[in-house]
Design a binder for this molecule. Structure first.
Ligand code: PEP
Length: 255
């Protein structure tokens, strides 16, 4: 069986109690696809509400967790708390966390270890800047991110890992990588993982593309061989476009 397509929305620091409620009630009447893995990464204060209001088949993710399981870390969220709430996983290493909160590859590695120790899926993000892309350094840069954050994992942890290739220049900019660029990098990432963990494990890995995915470009991007769906920011904020992305993935799953 082929890999399942995933559509995971990342709300970032958007939505409030009312708009979150509206989002989930708009999904209420929808016939949710069963062949596609659907998820939303919600801000921490909206996780509980989302877990109670989301359709049964939708997974809820945190957007970050601390590397320690508990302790005196004011303002932080633990992986154990996410797990006890009922979250399926957590997004880690998003470029906005790397850029604004100085998260290093080593720290992200520690966070993945903590998240998977709590049976959470880790949605690990990597991707190059525009300067690195222009200098032709995108492959070597992403390789170094992966070597530093993922090569120290135990093979068994790969079952709880999703990788999202997110070129920074395409996040929230409206500029999408072409389907060919997305495919090239997702294939490259699969090969990097195969070189360390073996082809079989790499073939099973879910690798998403993220960066201005929207209903108008999702079909072409999701139909690439090594792209197993998307991590979606802006287009996941409205129920209508989120559902449209799920329908596109559903259609591709049945093709
Ligand atoms: C993201 O937040 O990971 C993302 C890809 O955002 P956008 O879809 O808005 O570019």
């Amino acid at each position: 069986m082929g890999r399942q397509l995933h559509v995971i929305g990342n709300w970032k620091m958007n939505h409030d109690v009312q708009s979150c409620t509206d989002f989930w009630s708009e999904l209420d009447g929808e016939d949710m696809p069963t062949t596609v893995a659907a998820g939303i990464a919600a801000p921490a204060p909206l996780l509980s509400d989302s877990l109670h209001k989301c359709p049964f088949s939708t997974k809820i993710y945190g957007q970050n967790c601390h590397q320690a399981l508990s302790g005196a870390y004011t303002g932080e969220t633990s992986a154990a708390l996410l797990q006890s709430l009922g979250c399926a996983g957590v997004v880690l290493g998003h470029s906005e966390r790397r850029q604004y909160f100085n998260e290093s590859d080593a720290l992200i590695h520690d966070k993945i270890n903590t998240a998977t120790s709590q049976n959470l899926q880790a949605v690990y993000c990597c991707g190059e800047s525009l300067e690195q892309r222009k200098a032709g350094e995108h492959k070597s840069f992403v390789r170094s991110q992966i070597e530093n954050s993922l090569f120290g994992l135990e093979p068994a942890q790969l079952q709880q890992l999703i990788i999202a290739y997110e070129p920074i220049w395409a996040i929230g900019t409206g500029e999408t990588a072409s389907a060919a660029q997305a495919e090239e990098m997702c294939a490259e990432i699969r090969q990097i993982m195969a070189s360390k963990f073996g082809q079989g494990a790499a073939d099973d890995l879910i690798i998403l593309y993220g960066g201005s995915v929207k209903p108008s470009n999702a079909h072409e991007i999701f139909s690439q061989e090594n792209v197993d769906g998307g991590l979606v920011g802006g287009a996941s904020l409205k129920a209508e476009s989120f559902v449209t992305l799920l329908r596109i993935a559903e259609e591709l799953m049945s093709a």
